[in-house]
Design a protein around this ligand. Structure first.
Ligand code: ITT
Length: 185
């Protein structure tokens, strides 16, 4: 039995692979598939839909798709499901500009992970990590990806990028979605 993570994001793949290694699961990437992403306000719908295009090819392989969002409370959850587009367009500096002068900097990351394969149908798992938006990007060159340089998880003073992959993988939205997945799949 083989499990393929269908993603264009190698950093997501690397983090998920390390989490699943704890459970003796070897993750592979893509097997020629591409994640088809619909536009929706709902991460679960995006994952469900992406899996419809991949699953049911009669192989004995399992497939995983993950969708994430950074939800900033003061911005009514923006960028949320649009995080990928916002990251590529206004980026970290754009988010920090939107947050300029804002006291409530609380935010959270959410991950929805979907699995499909022979006999399991589609199963969804989710994970959340709460935290706050930093005043400036930190740790960008050392580690992390995406919004990691501006996200400080609850209980820490450092950003995900400064904390590095080992600590991030203990508490991240991704780890919290993949761990129950690994136990339950
Ligand atoms: P897929 O091909 O798997 O969709 P993606 O990069 O488009 O890869 P998502 O749509 O799931 O991934 O994620 C939206 C964006 O949120 C992503 O591009 C990152 O910029 C950001 N993001 C997701 N997880 C993150 C994390 O753990 N740390 C920092 N930023 C993250």
């Amino acid at each position: 039995m083989r499990i393929f993570f269908v993603t264009s994001n190698e950093a997501k793949f690397r983090e998920a692979s390390l989490v699943l290694k704890e459970f003796g699961i070897d993750l592979m990437i893509n097997r020629g598939y591409r994640k088809v992403e619909i536009q929706s306000d709902n991460l679960e719908d995006i994952v469900n839909n992406a899996l419809q295009f991949i699953c049911g090819d009669n192989s004995s392989d399992y497939f995983v798709v993950e969708d994430d969002g950074l939800f900033i409370n003061r911005l009514n959850g923006f960028p949320g499901p649009y995080s990928s587009y916002v990251y590529k367009t206004i980026g970290l500096i754009g988010i920090l500009k939107l947050m300029s002068g804002v006291d409530d900097r609380t935010a959270y990351f959410k991950s929805v992970v979907g699995l499909c394969g022979p006999k399991v149908g589609i199963k969804l798992f989710s994970g959340v990590v709460y935290g706050r938006i930093a005043m400036e990007p930190r740790g960008g060159t050392e580690g992390g990806f995406g919004f990691d340089p501006i996200f400080i998880p609850e209980g820490y003073d450092k950003t995900f990028a400064e904390l590095g992959i080992d600590i991030k993988n203990k508490l991240s939205h991704r780890a919290r979605a993949f761990r129950p997945w690994a136990i339950g799949y």
